[in-house]
Ligand binder design. Structure first.
Ligand SMILES: NC(=O)c1ccc[n+]([C@@H]2O[C@H](COP(=O)([O-])OP(=O)(O)OC[C@H]3O[C@@H](n4cnc5c(N)ncnc54)[C@H](OP(=O)(O)O)[C@@H]3O)[C@@H](O)[C@H]2O)c1
Length: 200
């Protein structure tokens, strides 16, 4: 398969690209790194990306920023960070990407455990991750030509524990190589509209 991984330079994306590259042709994209440069917050940038890649068998997103901060001081502009980046950015990849996706192709987006297990300062993350999962469920029943869409919801990665462990007290971590297998399952499997939780 010809697979585009957006966010391939990140902690999650590196492991996903590496797992998929064992059996597939993987193209990488990111804001500053990768075979292709893209800003997922902009239609024109995403359209240019898909024009450059041409037809694909799978689109995988491991990109998307969120706002973390206390609810008491949060401003609407703070909340916009996750809406414009992780939510609309990934929705944009799916909406524009469906047209370059071959028959039977798949789209895999990234959410996260805080959709279901909230943490302090994580309201934006909880809301955005849940919204991405809603989009996946809705889109799955409307995609045409046998196309599929799933979401991967990882817990905190072991590799990210030093950076974010303090805000995830008592959460067990999973190694990136294990998280990557959920993406392989989404791309190579047959299911659609699923949220694969990687936290047990
Ligand atoms: N790490 C964890 O423990 C964890 C746990 C659960 C869920 N998640 C979710 O997994 C996703 C990836 O997390 P991560 O820790 O791997 O992040 P990361 O290490 O910061 O990597 C982010 C990746 O996304 C790309 N990117 C960021 N903004 C972009 C934009 N506007 N347009 C295009 N590409 C953009 C970056 O590209 P450049 O390098 O080229 O800038 C980079 O490749 C996030 O949605 C996060 O919420 C992570």
């Amino acid at each position: 398969m010809k697979i585009l991984v957006i966010g391939a330079s990140g902690t999650v994306g590196r492991a996903v690209a590496s797992a998929l590259a064992q059996r597939h042709e993987v193209l990488s994209a990111g804001r500053e790194h990768g075979d292709y440069r893209v800003d997922i917050t902009r239609d024109d940038s995403v359209e240019a990306l898909f024009k450059a890649t041409g037809p694909l068998d799978a689109i995988v997103s491991t990109a998307g920023a969120l706002f973390f901060g206390p609810l008491g001081t949060m401003r609407p502009v703070d909340f916009e960070v996750g809406l414009q980046n992780k939510l609309l950015g990934q929705v944009r990849l799916a909406l524009l990407g469906q047209h370059v996706l071959r028959d039977g192709g798949s789209i895999t987006l990234t959410t996260g455990i805080v959709a279901e297990e909230p943490i302090r300062h994580g309201t934006n993350a909880s809301a955005v991750n849940a919204a991405v999962e809603g989009f996946v469920k809705g889109a799955a029943i409307e995609l045409l030509r046998g196309q599929r869409i799933n979401a991967i919801s990882p817990t905190l990665l072991t590799e990210s524990q030093n950076a974010y462990g303090a805000v995830f007290p008592g959460f067990e971590t999973v190694p990136a190589v294990r998280v990557a297998q959920a993406y392989v399952r989404s791309v190579e499997g047959a299911q659609t509209g699923r949220v694969y939780r990687v936290w047990q």
